[in-house]
Design a protein around this ligand. Structure first.
Ligand code: FCB
Length: 466
């Protein structure tokens, strides 16, 4: 695999994956048999919305695949819903697998490369009843599920993410109580769940490769840029460093070095069988957050998350701010995982912005960040915008809108936001620039000795001509 520096001329490689990202529960509709459906039935969605038909993908994903194609994307990330495929333990629903085959075929038919996530937050209820990933048996059960899925879909998919954001799953489910199972402050249980997720990931990684030796397998790592709220305060600085390490590294370090999650590593545990089990690092990057000590917040282990009001941000969550839109942080995210020495895909990036106030700027800015990284030789292979069509945003329900297309869930009508055009244009331009750059190598190289700046100057010049 070529991981060496790229010529600054070919800013976006020809096979760069330009995509949009989704997940089963958020788009399929009528998933009644997972723990999120139960969470909703128990009144835990803050907006009190119901997922209902979501984006109606189970019946008609193809409608949105057409929209994706109209943007010019060549990749799309979706997940398979375990509770559909294995509705009761050990019983497999072949018709669900057939529907996923249909979807993957529909993507290929539109020239779109599918990236399939095996687990995107949802567990079948029978699995949750066995304590989900807190139970060591989960490793075998997830491995068996993976085997079944890859056996059924492997000829149609080459790119796999085992888990989506294990760090979010654990932090919100076992520390903050915002996601099912709704537990708070469970330091030890959270560590055990992270450990089992690491082992399940490694088992799934090996299973995919045993069936598909040349598969491209990784996971989606959520990365947050944390900053102390009061940089002059030693307490805030310490807390910020602590949270940054725990949140961004606990799962990833298992894969990078075989280190067991904190605090299990302090008790002499390690995970040597997990080390090196990835072909790429998938990064989900959204925002920057300030962290401060707050003695009135025992519920959140005495820290509080905030965003200074003057910083660019999209819509706020119902109880908490979503985060500062900070495109420069992408570099920090990519550099943070540079030690893996693996290709990088940005598997999610986006902003909740119903009125599309800052999304166009956010897209342009993140693309410019990627251009800079590529020009420096970073092996960045793809970018997936979250998301195509507004979808059901977990405990925020329909309150937060991330879509390039606006959705009315009641009528299923879609309307493009201005950002859809912006994304379409940046994709088109990235391809044009590549063709043009390839035909003018000497001019580009002559602008100055610094590859990154010469490419920027070159593209700006051409933008002005357009
Ligand atoms: C990510 C999740 C994804 C979606 C976006 C907005 O953390 O992976 O499902 O909710 O946030």
């Amino acid at each position: 695999m070529d991981t060496g520096p790229r010529s600054p001329i070919s800013v976006f490689p020809a096979d760069f994956a330009w995509g949009v990202a989704t997940s089963s529960h958020q788009v399929e509709g009528e998933n009644a048999n997972n723990q999120w459906a139960e969470w909703e039935r128990n009144g835990r969605i803050k907006s009190k919305d119901c997922v209902g038909f979501a984006c109606d993908w189970w019946r008609n994903a193809e409608k949105d695949f057409d929209l994706a194609q109209s943007l010019g994307v060549n990749a799309l990330r979706l997940s398979v819903e375990w509770s559909r495929i294995e509705p009761t333990e050990g019983q497999w629903d072949e018709s669900a697998l057939a529907r996923y085959r249909q979807m993957l075929n529909a993507l290929h038919g539109r020239g779109i490369r599918p990236f399939v996530t095996l687990h995107h937050f949802t567990n079948p209820q029978w699995f949750e009843a066995k304590k989900g990933f807190a139970n060591p048996e989960s490793i075998r059960l997830f491995q068996r599920f993976t085997q079944r899925v890859v056996g059924a879909l492997g000829d149609l998919c080459h790119d796999w993410a085992t888990f989506n954001e294990p760090n979010v799953y654990v932090s919100l489910g076992y520390f903050l109580g915002e996601f099912p199972p709704g537990k708070k402050g469970r330091v030890m249980e959270a560590a055990q769940v992270t450990r089992n997720l690491c082992l399940a990931h490694a088992a799934a990684y090996r299973t995919v490769h045993s069936l598909q030796p040349d598969a491209n397998v990784g996971w989606a790592q959520h990365y947050v840029v944390f900053k102390p709220r009061r940089p002059e305060s030693a307490v805030d600085r310490w807390l910020c460093g602590f949270i940054q390490r725990r949140f961004n590294d606990n799962f990833a370090e298992g894969i990078q070095s075989g280190r067991a999650p904190f605090p299990l590593n302090k008790f002499g545990q390690s995970l040597p069988e997990v080390k090196g089990t990835c072909d790429f690092v998938g990064i989900n990057y959204y925002s920057r957050l300030r962290v401060g000590f707050e003695r009135r917040s025992p519920r959140t282990l005495f820290f509080q998350i905030s965003v200074p009001p003057h910083k660019p941000q999209g819509d706020s969550g119902i109880e908490v701010p979503y985060g500062e839109v900070y495109p420069q942080g992408l570099r920090q995210a990519v550099e943070h995982f540079a030690g893996f020495k693996k290709p990088v895909y940005i598997l999610e990036n986006g902003v909740p912005d119903r009125e599309d106030r800052i999304r166009p700027w956010a897209i342009e800015s993140i693309v410019s960040q990627m251009r800079g990284l590529l020009a420096e030789g970073i092996d960045l292979r793809g970018y997936f915008h979250w998301t195509l069509t507004d979808n059901f945003e977990w405990n925020e329900g329909w309150h937060l809108r991330f879509g390039l297309f606006e959705l009315d869930p009641a009528t299923q009508a879609r309307r493009p936001r201005p950002s859809a055009q912006v994304y379409k244009r940046v994709i088109r331009e990235s391809r044009l620039q590549r063709v043009e750059n390839e035909s003018w190598p000497s001019e580009t190289a002559a602008v100055n000795g610094n590859g990154a700046h010469s490419v920027e100057a070159h593209s700006v010049k051409k933008d002005m001509l357009r």
